[in-house]
Design a protein around this ligand. Structure first.
Ligand SMILES: [Fe+2]
Length: 512
């Protein structure tokens, strides 16, 4: 692995930060075309890697791998294969999975692209064909008018991984061991529409609870696949127009859907063939509570102060109240800087701030109460998934930098500065800063094998870090009870790779 600092070679031309074209050969692991594309999300910590990779035995830099850590930590994210067609957006890169396999005190690593329909066609033609989020949308292309790259989320359902796309795409079934794409997941030939990212798997029942959203009626569909009898439920959700929800919640008996006042203009999409998303601070946020196997007429909307919510932490029931914990944005459009030129919109989105928040939806009165739980700029929350839908205490989040225009273009890209463990009962925070020039990834809780399943933090927290100091990616393992002390194990990954979006932890016993 070359030590050449990619960031110092960036051909950045925005905001008068000029232009350093590469004075040497590109590092062997990046595609050569990135030097022709001036985009901060294709360079530095975001530079895509070439090719797929397997390493059977990873180097432990410090500490020892716990012998009771067994399973897979896998992260999905954008890794652009070919020089982009049209203007690139951070969300556009082809989905690539980075999986670390733990067991018997050892670790191995595998990375593979997700072979979507679009990926396979572009691979055949050896060029980018589909436009990305910046458009123009091309409805003559098969499948999706922009590339459904399945790069956003990854869940584990009935023995397989399933990759999902934030704009609601064709879910892809993935072999968890080989990491190969098995093809579109059809739920036994019963699924005839797309699924959004952040569909949920109930840890107690195994049910898959999902939503789909689109630009034509029904603007949203809610659904459940029953794990026991294969029963399927599909409920069209009546919305005032196309919306851009990103997550949903589940409790033991209910599901919570989002109608939030941050959405695109359908007419602009038709006229200009791109999504222009805008915050409407005069429209309340609405949370729709529906019994898990309810009908459209069972849905009840709860109004709350205008906001956007990318990700929920967890939801649960307390008597006749639904408690929903999530990361709330009160200015989801961010602060645009006109000097960012054509990238102003996507860079502004990354400058938005979040706060950990609680909404209480009272099923008796129909009223919502809400309060801020913490003011740190926290996002990408995860929990011990055995507690998904049940009252829980601990969440593991990423601290996002609060960026200013002085940070330069690259400094305003989305990086993660610290791992934070938040105690929802006491408000206590444990924090581990990754260090200057280092970004983490969405971190996942791994239960200790043979541990106390009722003890919510009896296990480990795992994350990838990516460093612009030495251009090495690492995998850190923390004792979940003590994040502040730092990682108990640091694994040096066999190659650098870029910051991803969402991941998942899969227990070895679930794979078996
Ligand atoms: Fe997400």
């Amino acid at each position: 692995m070359s030590q050449m600092p990619l960031a110092e070679k960036l051909p950045i031309t925005f905001k008068n930060i000029h232009v350093t074209t590469p004075d040497g050969e590109p590092t062997p692991d990046v595609p050569s075309w990135i030097w022709e594309v001036d985009h901060p999300y294709l360079h530095g910590l975001f530079a895509p890697v070439q090719g797929e990779f397997f390493s059977e035995s990873l180097e432990i830099e410090s500490g020892d791998l716990p012998s009771d850590l067994a399973g897979i930590y896998v992260v999905n994210g954008p890794n652009q294969r070919f020089k982009p067609w049209g203007r690139y957006h951070y969300y556009d890169g082809d989905g690539m999975l980075h999986a670390t396999y733990f067991g018997n005190g050892k670790a191995s690593y595998k990375s593979k692209w997700i072979r979507t329909e679009a990926f396979l066609e572009e691979e055949k033609q050896q060029r980018a064909i589909w436009p990305g989020l910046c458009g123009p949308f091309n409805h003559d292309l098969p499948g999706s008018p922009i590339k459904d790259n399945s790069n956003t989320d990854i869940i584990f359902y009935q023995g397989k991984l399933m990759s999902l796309w934030y704009l609601a795409g064709a879910p892809q079934a993935i072999d968890p061991i080989e990491l190969t794409t098995l093809g579109p997941e059809t739920l036994g030939n019963t699924l005839d529409h797309n699924l959004s990212a952040h569909s949920k798997v109930d840890p107690k029942t195994g049910d898959l609870i999902f939503f789909n959203y689109q630009d034509v009626k029904p603007y949203m569909t809610y659904g459940v696949a029953n794990a026991k009898d294969g029963r399927r439920l599909e409920v069209p959700i009546d919305l005032p127009g196309p919306r851009s929800p990103h997550d949903m919640g589940i409790t033991e008996n209910y599901s919570i859907l989002h109608d939030l006042p941050y959405f695109h203009d359908a007419e602009v999409l038709v006229r200009h063939k791109k999504r222009v998303v805008r915050f409407h601070p005069d429209i309340p946020a609405r949370f729709g509570v529906i019994p898990r196997y309810g009908k459209a007429e069972d849905l009840r909307w709860f109004e709350a102060s205008p906001c956007y919510v990318l990700h929920l932490v967890n939801c649960w029931e307390e008597g006749s109240t639904i408690v929903m914990i999530g990361c709330r944005q009160d200015n989801p459009g961010g602060n645009r800087d006109s000097e960012d030129g054509p990238l102003a919109s996507q860079l502004a989105e990354r400058r938005r701030t979040h706060s950990l928040y609680e909404w209480r939806l009272d099923l008796t009165t129909g009223k919502t109460s809400e309060r801020e739980l913490n003011t740190l700029n926290l996002e990408f929350p995860t929990i011990n998934t055995r507690f998904l839908g049940s009252r829980n205490r601990y969440s593991y989040l990423q601290l996002l930098p609060t960026c200013t225009s002085e940070d330069g273009v690259e400094g305003r890209c989305q990086t993660f500065d610290a791992l934070v463990k938040f105690d929802c009962e006491t408000g206590d925070v444990q924090r581990y800063d990754y260090g200057s020039g280092v970004s983490g990834s969405e971190s996942w809780f791994a239960p200790r094998m043979g541990g106390d399943a009722t003890c919510e933090d009896d296990g480990y927290v795992i994350t990838y870090t990516h460093s612009r100091n030495d251009w090495i990616s690492r995998c850190l393992v923390f004792d979940a009870k003590n994040i502040t002390q730092g990682p108990i194990t640091t694994i040096r990954m066999p190659r650098r790779f870029n910051i991803g979006f969402h991941g998942v932890w899969v227990d070895s016993e679930d794979i078996a």
